[in-house]
Structure formats: C-alpha cells, structure tokens
Design a protein. Structure first.
Ligand SMILES: [Zn+2]
Length: 131
C-alpha cells in the first residue's frame, strides 16, 4: 500500500509540473510515454481498467498505474474534482466523480458546450481529455 501511495504522489508531481500537462521524466527530463498493457478483469467496473506503465523514452524510469477512458460530458467541476456524465454498459445514465488535474478553461468550455469527449483516468485522477 505504501508503495502504491508513493507512485501516486510521483504521478501527481509529473502531471502538475508542466504548463501544458505534458509528461516529463522526473529523473532525466525526457518525454514520458503512457502504455496500456492489459485489461484488468473486473466485472463490477463499468469501464475496463488497464494495467498501465508510464515509462521514459530516454532512461529506465517507469511507474505502474491503473488507467481507463470514459466517454462522457462534464456536468460540474471545481478546483479538485470533476463530475462526468456517461452511460453504463446497459445504457443507463451514470454520474462519476473524480479528482482531476485539468485546467479551468478546458473544463468550463466542456461544461458549457456539453461536448462528448473521452477522459483518460489514471489512478482515479482525470489526467487528460482526448479528442
Ligand atoms: Zn528519464
């Protein structure tokens, strides 16, 4: 458990470090790449989580996380949390709340437009909006 916590702190540091939220290696400053390795079987989860490795393209630095994507729209948000409206596999409406590191303007735009986008969630934190 202590090990996992430490990883999450490293993740938070990495994503908070840069203006544009690009992922930079804490060891050498190289570019980090997120690789989803294989799905974790979990019947209770509406989304398929993947064992994920975040590795440096330049040195041996790497950390493991759990990640998945959600297709949905922003319902509400504040500085630390965002509520995403999406659908369960059976088609019913679902609201999920996550921590996030997204910027205010992006979230404001998404909430106002109601646009459907894919959210990348790693270790229960929304780290990126895809498309
Ligand atoms: Zn590196």
């Amino acid at each position: 458990m202590g090990y996992k916590k430490k990883n999450m702190e490293i993740l938070a540091d990495i994503w908070n470090q840069t203006e544009d939220k690009s992922m930079i290696c804490p060891e050498c400053g190289g570019k980090l790449i997120l690789v989803q390795v294989e799905p974790i079987q979990d019947a209770e989860n509406a989304y398929i989580p993947y064992d994920t490795v975040i590795e440096c393209s330049n040195c041996n630095f790497n950390i493991k996380a759990e990640s998945f994507t959600i297709l949905g729209s922003v319902k509400t948000f504040d500085v630390g949390h965002v509520e995403i409206g999406s659908w369960s596999p059976s088609g019913s409406r679902v609201l999920s709340k996550y921590e996030h590191i997204l910027d205010y303007e992006t979230l404001k735009h998404l909430r106002e437009s109601g646009e459907l986008v894919e959210f990348l969630v790693a270790d229960n934190q929304v780290i990126e909006v895809i498309g």
